[in-house]
Design a protein around this ligand. Structure first.
Ligand SMILES: Nc1ncnc2c1ncn2[C@@H]1O[C@H](COP(=O)(O)OP(=O)(O)O)[C@@H](O)[C@H]1O
Ligand SMILES: [Mg+2]
Length: 344
């Protein structure tokens, strides 16, 4: 049972050179992953990167065209049944019946997986309460809000505390409050020992939940590591400056570029600038914080009023920009995802 393979060594997921093609589109193009048990692993990438295709192969719903994948040591093609008995999938798939109520859905699933009638009702009530759905328990799922729907999906997928849970974009299109509720649920699931493979387009979501992250773009893993490693691989910290007066921004830009010897980016906010500084000292041994404070002094000397100044690690947004050379473009991807949902 569960404790068995948790006790066993070996990663929860291991893939080598995994490939899936659709016509001449290499949707997944040689993906290597290693995901340790009991962790949340983030597969982060924009729309169309190959996240769902990867998950579907790992969940035995799609046959790979090349490479190998093992889940708890079982080959996803040759030992698909063994894999299926240990995983659960939610996200871009409907696992619940719209016409049934919350309780009816969970009870039905519990009954199908061999629980007694009494145990099924108990488990359903317990999950509905844990997910803040007790009041909606008797309502048909088709009348649930987006956030409630996502929560009942996850509740259905953890009915039997899976060893491995695939969460495919669990919060895409949700409002901030519902996103936070889903995050809390994911944390609770992991605390029970379940391994989670989470796909997301949201950098802050991976940052919040995952201990390791693979950044995927056009079917390829372009970076992998802990959050700290990913940020360090970009080799920079970021200086964020907010001015009192937008008119002073051109002067500030010039001064910062000279003082920091770095690219300065103008933010959409007309009083904000961001500069990247090396995380290590320069040739003269001047480190990033010293450079930043010198730059601040120069701005003051030039009469430029700074409202806010911070030196931090780059955000995952900045990491993605540095890795792919293009921004993640949240608005566009979110719009597309929502359009898809609306027309589905
Ligand atoms: N069933 C399918 N048939 C044809 N092309 C597909 C199919 N599923 C996905 N694709 C294509 O594969 C690529 C990766 O898609 P997907 O894995 O859904 O990306 P993501 O989940 O990261 O948004 C995209 O170019 C998509 O259009
Ligand atoms: Mg997807």
């Amino acid at each position: 049972m569960k404790s068995d393979h948790l006790a066993g060594g070996g990663p929860a997921i291991e893939t080598a050179g995994l490939v899936k093609t659709f016509g001449d589109n290499r949707a997944v193009d040689g993906v290597d992953l290693r995901i340790e048990r009991g962790t949340v692993y983030g597969l982060l990438g924009p729309n169309g990167a190959g996240k769902t295709t990867t998950v579907r192969m790992l969940a035995t719903l799609l046959r790979p065209d090349g490479g190998e994948a093992h889940v708890f040591g079982h080959d996803v093609v040759r030992e698909a049944d063994a894999v299926r008995s240990r995983v659960s999938l939610t996200g871009q798939y409907a696992s619940v019946d719209e016409d049934l109520t919350g309780t009816e859905n969970l009870v039905l699933l519990a009954r199908l997986t061999g629980h007694s009638k009494k145990a099924s009702y108990e488990r359903a009530a317990q999950l509905l309460a844990a997910f803040g759905l007790s009041e909606a328990a008797g309502r048909q799922v088709k009348h649930y809000s987006g956030g409630m729907r996502r929560r009942i999906d996850i509740a259905a997928s953890i009915l039997n505390t899976p060893d491995l849970l695939f969460l495919d974009e669990p919060t895409t299109g949700l409002d901030p409050r519902s996103r936070n509720q889903v995050w809390e649920i994911v944390r609770a699931v992991v605390a029970q020992g379940t391994t989670v493979l989470l796909t997301t387009q949201y950098l802050d979501e991976a940052d919040q939940l995952a201990s390791r992250i693979a950044v995927i773009d056009k079917g390829k893993v372009i970076a992998e590591g802990t959050k700290g490693e990913l940020k360090a691989s970009v080799g920079a910290g970021a200086v964020h400056v907010r001015l009192r007066d937008a008119d002073q921004r051109p002067d500030a830009e010039l001064l910062l570029r000279q003082a920091l010897d770095a690219d300065v980016q103008l933010e959409p906010d007309p009083v904000a600038l961001t500069a990247r500084v090396g995380s290590n000292g320069d040739a003269n041994g001047v480190g990033p914080s010293e450079k930043a404070s010198r730059a601040l002094a120069e701005l003051a000397r030039a009469g430029i009023i700074v409202d806010n100044f911070s030196l931090g690690q780059p955000s995952l947004d900045e990491v993605f920009l540095a890795l792919t050379g293009s921004p993640t473009d949240h608005d566009r991807t979110t719009d597309e995802a929502q359009t898809k949902e609306a027309t589905a």
